[in-house]
Design a protein around this ligand. Structure first.
Ligand code: BMA
Length: 379
């Protein structure tokens, strides 16, 4: 009896909390988010329990052996459908460059983004920004770079001009009615790595959090961008504490994610990747559930996919049990002269894993553009 009474009291005490949690669930962290951004977030969030959307970086701009052919993507050449998530990178926008760091002209990128949105797909943007302290590239890990762009830092004013350019780009992404296109924005990605100037070897977690918060607030408050859905993104991480070490707060992040690639095709590398991926997805999804945030695998892949059953035999078994919104593979650059190797992560006609990709495409839980369109994610 006493126990029943205690349960009842506990239920009464917990109930309002649950209700409150439900009420704030699946809302953008930006209280003034545009209607389209709110709908996109809510819809992607709702879909993640049942489906995983396939995404690819730069898919519409080029593929293996071709560049800038209107309406083409390597994925489309194989399955007659496009990715349901399009990834783009605005590295270079900060200096007013005409092309991004991988030579994609920004004016074309804008057209591809608008086209993808109009066909009902989602759009995510990363930013391989130059090093504002040294003028080097993103991979220049000079210590103190993050500190230099914080308020009071020597490059703070410069950094604000960079954000102005980012805002200018985002503001050019409008639909037919002049409404801003919602973007899953993923700045300062893979910060648990050691290769970018914002990574953990080159800045402290407090500096990182401060720059993240400054960036979000500046874009939201000064530049009045309310179409952005912020994607927090780590590289490899061991545990929850490491995943959240640079997390600046629930009010400035919407999606929790990490990037993980398979390196090497031999069984040991494959097993390591599968185990590591599942372990981190498990952690990610638990953290995301506690915070009521969407989860995603923001980048993955096996370079040049030498494994003919990689999609259904490796990737899918590792991710299928986790409620992640989308999985994005990196760009199909093709042959890299400097490194004398093939650099691509998606299929193209004749690629070793083509048949397996077609098989994966037919899985009902995997969504590409045609099915995503039917889901009306902006409505
Ligand atoms: C890396 C490689 C580079 C590229 C960079 C930014 O993974 O693909 O060639 O410049 O991403 O897109």
């Amino acid at each position: 009896m006493r126990n029943i009474f205690r349960c009842f009291v506990v239920f009464i005490l917990i109930q309002p909390n649950c209700l409150q949690k439900k009420a704030v669930a699946q809302a953008c962290s930006d209280k003034s988010a545009t209607a389209a951004a709110q709908k996109l977030y809510k819809n992607l969030f709702a879909l993640q329990d049942k489906y995983t959307i396939f995404g690819q970086q730069d898919a519409l701009a080029y593929g293996v052996g071709w560049r800038y052919i209107a309406g083409q993507s390597d994925v489309k050449l194989v399955v007659d459908d496009n990715p349901g998530v399009y990834g783009w990178d605005i590295g270079g926008i900060e200096l007013g460059d005409k092309k991004n760091l991988d030579s994609v002209p920004f004016n074309l990128m804008k057209e591809y983004i608008i086209g993808g949105y109009e066909r009902g797909a989602a759009v995510t943007i990363s930013w391989h920004a130059r090093n504002p302290l040294t003028g080097g590239n993103s991979w220049d890990t000079t210590h103190g770079t993050v500190r230099s762009i914080l308020p009071g830092g020597t490059k703070h004013d410069l950094y604000k001009t960079w954000l102005d350019k980012v805002a200018g780009f985002m503001n050019d992404l409008k639909d037919k009615n002049g409404e801003s296109i919602p973007i899953l924005f993923r700045p300062f990605h893979e910060m648990t790595g050691n290769w970018f100037w914002w990574c953990k070897n080159a800045s402290t977690p407090d500096e990182f959090k401060a720059v993240w918060r400054f960036t979000v607030n500046y874009l939201r408050t000064e530049k009045k961008l309310h179409q952005l859905i912020y994607v927090y993104n780590t590289a490899d991480f061991k545990n929850e504490a490491e995943f959240l070490a640079c997390y600046a707060g629930d009010d400035v992040a919407d999606v929790l994610s990490f990037d993980l690639y398979q390196h090497g095709v031999e069984e040991a590398s494959r097993t390591y990747f599968v185990n590591n991926l599942s372990r981190q997805l498990d952690l990610l999804c638990k953290i995301a559930a506690t915070k009521n945030k969407m989860a995603t695998l923001a980048e993955t892949g096996l370079e040049a996919i030498p494994d003919p059953t990689w999609w259904t035999g490796t990737l899918w078994p590792a991710i299928k049990d986790y409620p992640i919104s989308y999985v994005l593979v990196w760009r199909n650059h093709g042959f890299m002269k400097q490194e004398n190797k093939m650099h691509y992560y998606g299929v193209y006609p004749g690629q070793a894993s083509e048949a397996d990709f077609k098989k994966w495409y037919s899985f009902p839980q995997v969504l590409f553009e045609k099915k995503i369109k039917k889901q009306n994610i902006y409505k």
